[in-house]
Every structure is written in C-alpha cells, then in structure tokens.
Design a protein around this ligand. Sequence first.
Ligand code: ATP
Ligand code: F6P
Ligand code: MG
Length: 491
Amino acid sequence: MSTPNNNYNSTDDENGVMMKVVSGTGGYVLQDVPHLIDYISDLTTHPNPLRFNPAYSVVKQYFVDMGDTVPQKVVVQKDSPRGIHFRRAGPRQKVYFKSDEVSACIVTCGGLCPGLNTVIREIVHSLDYMYGVNKVLGIDGGYRGFYSKNTIDLTPKTVNDIHKRGGTIIGTSRGGHDTSKIVDSIQDRGINQVYIIGGDGTQKGAAAIYKEVRRRGLKVAVAGIPKTIDNDIPVIDRSFGFDTAVEEAQRAINAAHVEAESAENGIGVVKLMGRYCGFIAQYATLASRDVDCCLIPESPFYLEGNGGLFEFIEKRLKENGHMVIVIAEGAGQELLTESLNAKDEQDASGNKLLQDVGLWISQRIKDHFAKQRKIGITLKYIDPTYMIRAIPSNASDNVYCTLLAQSAVHGAMAGYTGFTIGLVNGRHTYIPFNRIIERQNKVVITDRMWARLLSSTNQPSFLRPNDVAEAKKEEQPPTQLLDGDGGKSGN
Ligand SMILES: Nc1ncnc2c1ncn2[C@@H]1O[C@H](COP(=O)(O)OP(=O)(O)OP(=O)(O)O)[C@@H](O)[C@H]1O
Ligand SMILES: O=P(O)(O)OC[C@H]1O[C@](O)(CO)[C@@H](O)[C@@H]1O
Ligand SMILES: [Mg+2]
C-alpha cells in the first residue's frame, strides 16, 4: 500500500510532534499532516461510502484530489517563492475505516464558546449520515472525563436540537490532562477516532495524545477542531464562535453608549474577553462605531500625563459630552499588578488568572475626575464577558461549525491523524498540530488593521518609540483577521 505522499522529510519539533514537509518547485512547501500508514503498514482501504450516496454521487468533483493543497499566503509578488501550503480538507475516494469498525469519541475542553454544540452535532451526524458510523461516545467533562467518568452515547437523535443551546452538552473543564491515562482509556474502550474540540491548550493536549497513540502503534485517528472565543489560535482565518461573540458584544456596547449619551459627561466602560489577545475588543469596536477608545493586551497604554488615557478622556468629553471605552480583559494587566500588588495566580490549566481590569480602570477614572474637580462624570461599567460566550452560535458560525465538523470527519475517515482542521484563506485544510501550538495568535499593532481601528475611533495609539520597536520585533505572519489584504475585511 502506498502512502498518500511518501516523498517527504520528517523531523520532530520541540514538542516531539512529527512534521512532514514536502518540497516542490518554485519554493513550494507542503506542511503535511501525518497519516496512519506512516506508522502502521498493511492497512486496508475501502471505497468511500459517499460514492454510493445519492446526495454526493451527482456532485461533480466531490472528492478532493490527493494533490490539492492550499497556500498560506495569498498576497504574493511576481518573484515570490510559492511558499507554505496545507493539505486541502474534504472527502477522499478511499477510506481507511469500515463503517462498522469505527468507534469514535468527542471531547470538549477549555472555556465555553458559541458553536460547541453545533460541532458536536455535526460530527455525530456526519459520521452517521455520510459514513454509516453509529458508535459515537461523548467524553464527559473534558480531558479528565476519559479516565474519571462514564461516557455519554451520542446519536443523531440525542444531538438533534443541541445546536440551539449554548455551552457543551458533554461538559468541559480545565486541567486534568494525563496523557497516559487518556490513551489507556482510548485503548480500553476500543476507540479509533478521537475528535478533540478546544483552544490552544487543548490542541497541545491533542498533540500529546497523538504522539502517545503513535508510540503505541494504535490505529487511532486524532483530529483537533480549534475552539477559541479569543481567536488566539494561529494560522487559521478565524475561530468558530468569534463572529457570534462580536455580534453579542454589540448589545453591551450599545447599552454603554445609551447610558453614556444620556448623562452629562457620561462614560461607558465595557470589558470584553481576550486573555492574551484583543481580537474580540478590536472587532467589536470596529463593528460598533460608538466606541471612542479600545484597549487591548497587545497595545500598552498609560493613564497619567501627556498622551495618556485621562488626557484623552477629558478631550473627548469636551468634544462630545460622552464616551465609550472598550477594554479587553487582558489589557493593562501590568498596571494592575503594580497598583494592586497582586500575586501571580494560575487556573487548573496553567493560564494566568487575571485581575478585573474593568473594575480597576473604572475606579481609576472616577478617582481621577473626583480629584481633578474640573469635570463631573457619570461612569457606568458593563461586564458582559460570560454572556458573550454562553450563547448559541449565530447563523454564519453555524455554517462554519458544520463545515469544520464535516471536514474533520472526512480527514479521520481518510486515515489522516495528528491534524487540526482549519480555514486558511477561505479553504478548509488539515494543519499539523505543531503549526497550531507553536505560538499564540495576537493582534499585530503594527499591522494595517489596528491602524484602521485607530483611525475609526481617532484615539491615541499610546505608543512610545520603544513600544513600536518591540511590536515590530514580534510581527507574525498575517491571517485574515490580522491583515485585511485578501481577507474578508477588505482593504
Ligand atoms: N501543554 C499542554 N499539554 C497537555 N495538555 C494541555 C496543555 N495545555 C493545556 N492542556 C490541557 O488542555 C485543556 C484545555 O486547556 P485550557 O484550559 O488552556 O483551554 P484552551 O483549550 O486553551 O481553551 P481556551 O483558552 O480558549 O478556553 C486542559 O484540560 C489542559 O489540561
Ligand atoms: O473563567 P474561565 O472559564 O476560566 O474562562 C475565562 C477565560 O476563558 C476565555 O474565554 C478563553 O476561553 C478567556 O477569554 C477568559 O480569560
Ligand atoms: Mg487557551
């Protein structure tokens, strides 16, 4: 049996996750995903059951050509090398599992995100309706559920209307990743397809599971579906639930604006999610037009003195009589730690526990104007953080979740493993774990998109020359949410 592509170089990255790199002409590079036959010989293939499915058999070119790949970078110049590509997702002519052989499981980890239930539903439906698979287990309560809880049977009937609900019907948690206990449980239960829905931490856990599965030589496909309301996963265009979160944030911003506009020198402060990156705040601000100042973790700011936040607030109140500030929860944490003398604390997964920047900044603004006695302000603070992630996904996220789930199922059935499914330049692709976990996605404040926000709010950048130099050093390759060129945000 030949491999889907056996002409590659493979190396271990620093996490020990194998990278398969295929080079082609003109600087073409394919960062490919592993396949079961990379480490198990003599696997039998079967015709894809979709060939006999009336809905699909009429579709022209329904099966993805084995050579199809998707470029990571779409803006190129005449002499640019062809650059990095990812394997295009979708159904293959041949599958590596017989329908009645598959025993799949789904686990959700990390914080909630709109669309989790839709992804669960569509994995169950795709496995059953497309591939005739009816053994699907839900792992209860995140990674630790593999070894500490009973499983939940998932059928098309039991998941039928779950997409209308927020949260995840199988539960989630932080911490509790014990690779060896998890893989023991996979082995003991006879599971051979593992669908892992979660953020950057979860995908690191998925990479560890894949590595252990491979070390034990198990015929188990490990597929990641990226979930992050913060949009902190790199490479992909955006994560599911992000659109819904930005839309829901509008309700809080509207309320803050109404309150601010109705009072003399009214100030509305809205705190939005975003632990290490400010994408929700950035996009909610751009969408709203009622926001006067957006503060995110990537862009340092200061309160006092020339060019500081207090000076800007005074100016805006004089001009407009009211203002709205949107602040991402991870913004200004260094200022808080300094002023509250706070200890470094972590959650069960090792993520930094944040101080409430919304409350802190509201109090600092009130104190400043009380002391200054020139302008009497009325400040209202709105914290909708959990409200924007506990809701069901909107229409466009529902479509997105459906396609992600279907693509994940096609990939696992085709024998691919150790991959995260992701949208790259509008195309569904299989991305190797190491690319997903090597860094976090951040708003690049030297990118044109942040400049667009600054011109939309007309706020100061709060940047000093050395901040610009630091930001330039941290520049990362663009995704569609980072740079409008070629992206849906336009130019
Ligand atoms: N380096 C790692 N190796 C193995 N498992 C990990 C690692 N980092 C995190 N995990 C596990 O992944 C799960 C989820 O991680 P975490 O709580 O950081 O959320 P996340 O997936 O990043 O989602 P989000 O941050 O968007 O809520 C936890 O069970 C955690 O134990
Ligand atoms: O309170 P929890 O559930 O740990 O989640 C809070 C964190 O989860 C996130 O929403 C990411 O999922 C962050 O924005 C936030 O800091
Ligand atoms: Mg995370």
